[in-house]
Design a protein around this ligand. Structure first.
Ligand code: TNX
Length: 507
């Protein structure tokens, strides 16, 4: 009971233990039984009725979303949950209580599948416990995304924000606008440098995209594991890949674009005109159709260079027609227009903090303050839901130590301890502001994450600390490190090439 990650609200041990045997079955409502069997897939538990089953599930509507209670006796395990997510998390807790062998992909012979008796009462402090995966800068094949979902799920993280479009690549099939994937999904040169180094091109082409069926699969796979996929189409900046495919959507008529072959901020920008809105509406519709349900869609809004809007007589005239004073207001207006369009489809918009201009956005738009707490606080004060995403300490593309032994990172240094000490809703804020912070999300920008192995190294164990903070609500307690040390054995069994606490791997 004392080595769970994230730490449950309440856990107490009791004498004795419960043994899973080949015949152990689970009973209860199907929508609760299935998630538990999935979380404990390694045990291949059967489905049973109340008379035969030794793991019994009941629905308890008094328990809030994602909450569960788990009572382990010597003869039976009782689980109560209010929803499928709560049931799934009860299963994940049981999995952590089992020997680390429960984190392998199959049960190896000779393992004793025993858990100590006790009771857990658990529920999350924050509803948004996320990871952001940039699949634009370096494409990650579908199998890596599915594996990431498995890893999020075992840490009770529940949002996968997929950054599907940026200057360096568009990563989704489009039937309405096929040049997006045909042209926008690849570049001819691999980029091996970042801001503070000279570009060094190795001439190796890079590309890849998910089909709409892949996206549907990713969404369904995530949903079964209590993870919501939050797709992002970053506009109106970060749009070179879109413009390479459809230059007429750009702010500068006649300008030719290519999928960007360097990192950084590009001056290329979409025109904020009705034609662009129609184009994006069609893309959103394809995404919503593929995923089925899309409660949140991220529309970006970060790092926009608005010069081309001011240089265009047409865009200036449009802004005057709308009665807007500045390009910044037009930027917020454009994103609001997209958010309205999403609202008609039952989807809430999420934006990076540059899109937040007080009074311009829809109030139900979620703001991600990546530039720090001050802007997050202003957005919360203005009535927006806020998900904490500050560079420090939640940019996991930053390295953990300044050392030549470490793989190349964007910057340094963000340690596990930095993440564990993070407070998403600082005590110094007003209660109303704090109440609007619904969670946190760590960012894995992929300029320097070329593959799944590097992803493992960057994401874990800092992701474990983010899970701890987002589930428990506050900075981790000092004993977190001991729990984490044991938890890493689980990640070893799973096959995660995380960064060891003691320092870099020697390869
Ligand atoms: C800033 S954060 C960006 C990304 C980069 C990242 C690198 C944000 C909304 N924009 O485009 O990938 O820094 O750390």
């Amino acid at each position: 009971m004392d080595h769970l990650i994230p730490r449950p609200r309440l856990a107490e041990s009791a004498p004795g233990s419960f043994a899973f045997t080949p015949g152990t079955a689970v009973s209860g409502p199907t929508d609760l039984v299935d998630p538990v069997r999935l979380a404990l897939a390694v045990l291949d538990l059967g489905r049973g009725d109340d008379a035969s089953a030794r793991v019994r599930m009941t629905r308890d509507p008094a328990l809030g979303p994602e909450a569960y209670t788990l009572t382990i006796g010597e003869d039976e395990v009782l689980i109560a949950a209010g929803d499928a997510a709560g049931a799934f998390y009860a299963g994940q807790t049981l999995r952590q209580l089992l020997p680390v062998e429960a984190f392998r992909s199959v049960a190896l012979p000779g393992t004793e599948w025993r858990v100590s008796c006790g009771r857990v009462e658990d529920s999350p402090a924050f509803s948004w416990r996320g990871a952001h995966l940039d699949v634009s800068r370096n494409f990650l094949p579908k199998r890596e995304v599915l594996r990431m979902i498995d890893l999020l799920a075992l840490h009770k993280l529940n949002r996968l924000h997929l950054h599907l479009a940026d200057d360096q690549g568009w990563r989704l099939e489009s039937r309405a606008y096929p040049l997006l994937h045909e042209v926008g999904s690849h570049r001819t040169q691999t980029i091996t440098s970042f801001y503070h180094e000279e570009p060094t091109y190795d001439g190796v082409p890079h590309g890849g995209y998910y089909t709409l069926r892949d996206l549907a699969e990713i969404g369904a796979y995530a949903r079964a594991r209590a993870v919501t996929v939050v797709p992002e189409i970053d506009v109106p900046g970060h749009a070179s890949a879109i413009l390479a495919a459809y230059p007429s959507l750009g702010a500068t008529p006649g300008e030719r674009h290519h999928v960007l072959d360097r990192w950084g901020i590009s001056p290329a920008i979409l025109a904020p005109l009705p034609g662009t809105v129609d184009f994006l509406a069609a893309v959103f519709d394809e995404i919503i159709e593929a995923l089925g349900e899309v409660p949140y869609l991220h529309i970006g809004g970060d790092e926009c260079v608005l010069d081309a809007w001011e240089a265009s007589a047409e865009i200036r005239a449009y802004r005057a027609e709308l009665g807007l004073d500045s390009p910044g207001d037009l930027h917020a207006w454009f994103l609001r227009r997209l958010a309205d369009l999403l609202a008609e489809r039952g989807t809430r918009a999420v934006v990076w903090d540059e899109a937040f201009v007080s009074g311009m956005l829809r109030e139900d738009t979620i703001v991600m303050p990546w530039r720090g707490a001050a802007v997050g606080r202003r957005a919360a004060a203005a009535g927006h839901e806020v998900v904490a995403t500050p560079v420090f300490p939640l940019y996991f593309d930053y390295g953990e130590a300044a050392s030549a032994e470490e793989p190349l990172a964007i910057g340094e240094t963000i340690t596990v301890a930095d993440v564990a000490a993070f407070e998403p809703a600082p005590a110094t804020w007003a209660d109303a502001e704090r109440a609007r912070v619904t969670g946190l999300q760590f960012q894995l920008w992929s300029e320097r994450i070329p593959d799944g192995r590097t992803l493992d190294y960057r994401a874990w164990p800092r992701g474990c600390a983010a899970a701890e903070v987002s589930w428990t609500g506050g900075p981790a307690r000092p004993e977190f490190t001991e729990r984490l040390t044991r938890h890493l054995e689980r990640l070893d069994a799973f096959g995660v090439e995380y960064r060891p606490l003691a320092g870099p791997r020697p390869w």
